[in-house]
Design a protein around this ligand. Structure first.
Ligand SMILES: Nc1ncnc2c1ncn2[C@@H]1O[C@H](COP(=O)(O)OP(=O)(O)OP(=O)(O)O)[C@@H](O)[C@H]1O
Length: 962
């Protein structure tokens, strides 16, 4: 029989007996015939090393070779440990108060005893059939990336055009920029949807700078924040801030600033005191400063940008977003009645510093060059506010958010065959001219006097009316308590006084109020106190703004429908757009082969590729990210991870980023780990048959629980790297623009088709070529059908090339399968080096199992936890234990890792103090599925993978009571 027998034995820690050649020999050997067919058998693992080393390896090409003897531990010693182990299992009472699993692990590691019943599960045996599924006829939606026009075709300042060309190397307009910039310069509220990497950031940043630079007299940083850009993740915030820094180069009086989680609050406070014109930040941190930093004032804010709007809501940031919107309204209102603010502002203006004086001298020069006036500039000067929402994917929750935050909005959607621009101010009769005109480059007919500007001229800013959709959205947005609100709306006559009192209280209350819908009450109050003025304003507007009167619920204006219809159909069609330059494929890999296939793909793409590949690998949980990046790096590069990560260690130490859980379990294992590491390196120096040759590979890892400095450092380093591998959670799935990424690998299936799109969108940006590979288990095959329903087309490939690539690291292996077995053996051996490794591996495994059972309902049928073979899954984590042992090990060493101090870890009592609303309840905002997905994201980022004790205990108690 053509069998491959694998004998794995871990060398003893006994220094005397662990000389290098012996170790190599004792590591693993093949017993095979020359004609290996890939079939392997599992066989009982030899129970002691002496026996193992008596095995004779038959090599068909040469005479039988004896394995170099690995000096067995003395029988006595082995027996000693065996006796200890027996004692441990038989007399558990004796070890009361001690960690049984840890004691057992330690004894077994010392004894080098196989960890699960003494069986080595073979890699290529008992795997399920890999189905070949045909490709369905799917026509992907295509978006044209470049528009064929240049920045100088836009009506913008020549300095900006020159800056774009010289400092950013940009000349040609992208489609979304061509469509959105003119509308934004009109000061209109806009919802922008265009595919990933299509230049949305510049599409909104450019008009903002253009609007601000044209303000005369020039704005000063002391004037207050003019623009707020809210962004869901720190990395994206940094990236956006950096773009603003580049864009303001010709206009140095505009000062951008960054507020993002993890940074020192004190420094941020100082920056805020000094003054900023553009504030870029994450929602949690902005709110933090709203509560604690007096100098943060939004009275002058004329533009609010909510980037990655759907993700902001997914992540449960709706409360923070609502609080920011409310703060802008509040501060603006307060400023209207604050004469001191005006006085202060004038004082500042009258005493210009040197820099300002210089600016004044240059002013006339600039003015000469640009006599362009945009309505957006007038919006900045008025009490109005422009709101911009952006995302590559839209959800029902975004529709609701648009309902509440946008007034007379325009919808810019760049996908072919869809509404390029849907303008809520256009009646249905006009809409034909505006909608479904894919080829028209800038078909915007914006009214000569945009409403925002006109409103300022005719009435006080408070007279801003809330259109029908906004009201509708408002209810949907809050979700809870809206019945009360609805009642109030319908009984204004009777309850005027009552509501007035209630809202007065709410208004008097500081933003720390924990009222559920304080903000909406304030809006309601405004509606109640200004009904007639609004009506009059509407009457006045009748001539040119007849579609504007959205105050009648029963007769919604056609204007609203134009926007709403386009948005609804975009969401309803549920089709997703991906860059056409990305070659998408999937591999169905049996569970046991997943880890080696992953290693093979890394080698194929980053090592064998002469140009040097740069890839991002998405995994489900932070435990998986940490564990896999260290494991793969250790095995493939032969480096001791801690040595390599010296640079990152700095960040770790400064914030005690090293996990507590890791430390406390090191005990005696730690002492032996360096010894083991040394042995590893000896292995690599003298590769023998089956030995691994180290390869040159740069590995990075990123997840939300990393200390801030480390997180930023990794992001910076990977951006600068020419090639390398980033293993990360979905924290890097949105908006992040990393140059030269040419492969995105989804090792764990995404929680939704939307997540798939954003992950894939990290490559193929700005019409660059890229590739995306999705790993699936045989049981997950039908997830492809789910993607096809959303017009995403993928091609099936298999793992053969990846396994073949492993021969680069195991050059002595006769076949790809042998190389795979060798690599798997090394992975397993590394994972069993000491209790620390074991614990990390077990945690990664359990966190994945938990993640897997939490997939949202709409994808659960394709990603069904019941279909998983947990024993095989252990192998994919380089573990040899039975699943029950793995769970027990993690349970006996609960992870005490420090949670990041960001929005998701706000304590309950702190929660109450925050401005805005209570935590949204199920069904309150977006669908239940969205909530579920939100919890998945949380699990993905911060959970250990196990339910906490306090969660599980009451349940058990209840059961027992029953
Ligand atoms: N006019 C242009 N010409 C060439 N490249 C451009 C242009 N505008 C933007 N880019 C580049 O395109 C890349 C993607 O831009 P950006 O990050 O704004 O995309 P996005 O649409 O926001 O993507 P995502 O949806 O993933 O957030 C960036 O590297 C940016 O520098």
């Amino acid at each position: 029989m053509d069998d491959l027998q694998l004998n794995i034995s871990v060398p003893k820690k006994d220094k005397k007996k662990a000389s290098a050649p012996q170790q190599n020999a004792g590591e693993y050997k093949f017993v095979s015939n020359a004609k290996f067919t890939g079939k392997t058998i599992a066989r009982k693992r030899p129970q002691n090393l002496a026996q193992a080393n008596r095995e004779v390896i038959k090599n068909a090409e040469g005479p039988p070779k004896k394995v170099a003897k690995f000096q067995p531990p003395t029988e006595e010693k082995s027996d000693d440990l065996g006796a200890k182990l027996r004692d441990l299992s038989e007399n558990k009472g004796k070890y009361q108060g001690k960690n049984y699993q840890q004691l057992s692990d330690n004894i077994q590691l010392k004894q080098n005893k196989p960890r699960s019943g003494g069986w080595i599960s073979s890699l290529f045996k008992n795997n399920p059939q890999v189905p070949r599924i045909g490709q369905r006829a799917v026509k992907p939606i295509v978006e044209k990336v470049f528009a064929g026009q240049t920045f100088s075709d836009l009506n913008i300042h020549p300095h900006t055009v020159a800056n774009l060309q010289q400092n950013l190397g940009l000349k040609e307009l992208m489609t979304v920029q061509q469509n959105a910039v003119p509308v934004l310069l009109q000061g209109r509220d806009v919802l922008i949807r265009s595919q990933t990497g299509s230049g949305k950031t510049l599409a909104y940043a450019l008009p903002i700078i253009e609007g601000l630079q044209a303000i005369r007299p020039k704005i000063s940083r002391h004037d207050g924040i003019r623009v707020i850009v809210v962004i869901p993740t720190r990395e994206l915030a940094v990236q956006t801030y950096e773009l603003f820094v580049k864009l303001v180069k010709p206009f140095h009086w505009i000062v951008p600033g960054l507020l993002s989680g993890g940074q020192k609050r004190k420094a941020e406070k100082a920056r805020l005191r000094k003054g900023l014109s553009i504030l870029v930040g994450t929602p949690g941190r902005i709110n933090d400063h709203l509560r604690h930093t007096q100098s943060l004032n939004f009275a002058k804010t004329g533009c609010l940008v909510l980037d990655e709007a759907d993700r902001l809501l997914d992540m449960g940031y709706e409360k923070d977003v609502a609080a920011i919107v409310k703060a802008i309204e509040d501060h603006k209102k307060a400023a209207t009645y604050d004469p001191m603010a005006l006085v202060k502002q004038n004082i500042v203006k009258k005493i210009p510093d040197e820099e300002e004086a210089k600016q004044e001298t240059n002013e006339s020069e600039n003015d000469e060059k640009s006599d362009v006036k945009h309505h957006l500039t007038e919006v900045f000067l008025s009490k109005e506010k422009q709101t911009i929402l952006l995302s590559a994917t839209l959800t029902k929750a975004v529709e609701n958010l648009a309902g509440i935050t946008l007034v007379d909005p325009v919808f810019v959607d760049t996908s072919e065959g869809k509404a390029i621009i849907a303008d809520s101010l256009k009646g249905k009769e006009d809409s034909e001219n505006v909608i479904s005109k894919p080829e028209v480059p800038v078909p915007v007919k914006v009214p000569e006097k945009p409403k925002a500007v006109k409103a300022e001229a005719k009435s006080s800013p408070e007279k801003k009316e809330i259109p029908v959709d906004a009201k509708r959205g408002l209810k949907a947005f809050t979700g809870f308590n809206h019945q009360e609100l609805f009642k109030a709306e319908n009984s204004t006559d009777n309850n005027d006084a009552k509501i007035e009192t209630a809202t007065n209280n709410a208004a008097d209350d500081d933003s720390d109020s924990d009222s559920d819908y304080e903000y909406f009450k304030a809006q309601k109050k405004y509606e109640l106190t200004h009904p007639k003025v609004e009506k009059k304003a509407d009457d006045d507007d009748d001539d040119d703004d007849s579609d504007d009167d959205g105050d009648d619920d029963e007769q919604p204006s056609s204007s609203v429908n134009t926007f709403a219809d386009a948005l609804k159909s975009a969401i309803g069609e549920d089709e997703l757009v991906l860059p056409a330059t990305v070659n998408q494929s999937f591999i169905i890999v049996p569970m046991k082969l997943r880890l080696v296939t992953l290693c093979g793909l890394i080698v194929e793409h980053c090592v064998n590729n002469k140009k040097g590949g740069k890839m991002i690998i998405f995994m489900a949980t932070l435990e998986m990210v940490d564990y896999h990046s260290d494991l793969i790096e250790t095995v493939l590069t032969g480096k001791e991870v801690k040595v390599k990560k010296k640079g990152q260690e700095k960040g770790k130490n400064s914030k005690s980023g090293k996990r507590k859980g890791d430390d406390e379990n090191d005990d005696d294992a730690q002492s032996s780990s360096s010894e083991d590491a040394e042995k590893f390196q000896v292995d690599y120096e003298e590769p023998s048959e089956g030995g691994l040759v180290p390869v040159d590979l740069e590995m990075f890892s990123l997840h939300g629980s990393m200390p801030h400095e480390q997180r930023m450092e990794v992001f910076k380093q990977f951006r600068a790297a020419r090639c390398g591998v980033l293993i990360c959670t979905d924290v890097a799935a949105r908006g992040i623009d990393i140059p030269r990424v040419d492969l995105v690998l989804q090792y764990c299936a995404p929680a939704s088709a939307t997540d798939y799109v954003h992950r894939v969108g990290r490559t193929g940006r700005a019409a660059q070529v890229g590739a995306a590979v999705l790993f699936l288990l045989p049981s997950e095959t039908h997830f492809i059908r789910h993607l096809e329903q959303k017009r995403i087309r993928l091609r099936q490939t298999d793992e053969s090339r990846a396994l073949e690539a492993l021969r680069t690291v195991v050059p002595a292996a006769a076949t790809a399968q042998r190389a795979a077995v060798a690599v798997q053996a090394r992975l397993e051996r590394t994972a069993h080096t000491n209790t620390n490794w074991l614990l990390r591996a077990s945690r990664a495994y359990t966190s994945w199992v938990r993640f897997y059972s939490g997939y949202p309902r709409d994808v659960k049928e394709y990603l069904d936890a019941k279909q998983l073979h947990l024993g095989h899954a252990a192998k994919a984590f380089a573990l040899r234990d039975a699943p029950a042992t793995l769970a027990r090990r993690v349970k006996s060493n609960p992870s005490n890792k420090e949670k990041p101090s960001n929005r998701l870890t706000i304590h309950k009592d702190e929660e109450k103090k925050r401005p805005g609303f209570e935590k949204a309840k199920f069904g309150s905002f977006g669908s239940r599925a969205a909530q579920r997905q939100s919890s998945m994201h949380t699990a993905s980022e911060f959970d250990s993978g196990l339910s906490t004790l306090d969660q599980s205990q009451p349940k058990n108690k209840k059961k027992k009571n029953k």
